[in-house]
Design a protein around this ligand. Sequence first.
Ligand SMILES: Nc1ncnc2c1ncn2[C@@H]1O[C@H](COP(=O)(O)OP(=O)(O)OP(=O)(O)O)[C@@H](O)[C@H]1O
Ligand SMILES: [Mg+2]
Length: 273
Amino acid sequence: MASVRGVARASQTPPTEGGVSVRGLSKTYALSGQPLPVLQEITFDVQPGEFVSFVGPSGSGKSTLLNILAGLEEPDRGVVTAGGSARRLGGVAYMPQRDVLLPWRSALENAILGLEVKGVPRHESRQWARELFAVAGLGGFEDSLPSVLSGGMRQRVAFLRTVLTPGSVMLLDEPFGALDALTRSEMHEWLLGLWEHGDVMYNVSTTVVLVTHDVEEALLLSDRVYVLSPRPGRIRLVHEVSLPRPRTPALTTTEEFVRSKAALLAAVRGEGA
Ligand SMILES: Nc1ncnc2c1ncn2[C@@H]1O[C@H](COP(=O)(O)OP(=O)(O)OP(=O)(O)O)[C@@H](O)[C@H]1O
Ligand SMILES: [Mg+2]
């Protein structure tokens, strides 16, 4: 894929700084009138510019955690800040698990939504988006409505919208789940390129919190991987990834990668817990 380095540099908007801090977060929903504890005593920090991932079984509260980090939900207990603010909403770029594209807007118009909200001139945001569409293999589909795109294409549009949304923290919930292995690998490479060069739109250094079912994806991309237990989700394992950067797909066959992957899979399965 072509490099998009420099695309973001032209902005006049100053970068917003900030990582993520979570202290004693607990969340309980109600199911048929009964309490349903979903997250329990979650505490972690993500320093500005770090890339961390959360893996865990279905229903362990991963999307709930991101909704809380995004400021769309509040915890029952605990203190959460993201992007340097306890308010969170508007300070983070969030790609939810479902692509939630606006059906009446073209793919390109969907992608520039975050820029539009921040008041970036249309011709400028459309130009950036066009460049990214080409990089993400979506060239030619700028004016298509979401209904005529494949699931993987819609997911890439939603991902571009997130990359194009100004904010110092990027929250990604299964961003590549609908992609075939080759496209997924290309998107990994591209995301790593953007992140390692600090070129994710306005951000000099972007903090990323990724949720994924894919342990390999988590290892390849992250500085640190958190494994959640089954519901109610607690942090079962914190795994520091010491693989060198820049990361390349070739790393996945190294002894260290294979050993780390086995440890993470065992933790996801609850072995040794
Ligand atoms: N708004 C809500 N009201 C009630 N229950 C909810 C709500 N949102 C999530 N839940 C419940 O909370 C639990 C955790 O859901 P969540 O979507 O966070 O899991 P997840 O780890 O993201 O799962 P998956 O890997 O399948 O995406 C589930 O049992 C779900 O039914
Ligand atoms: Mg989820």
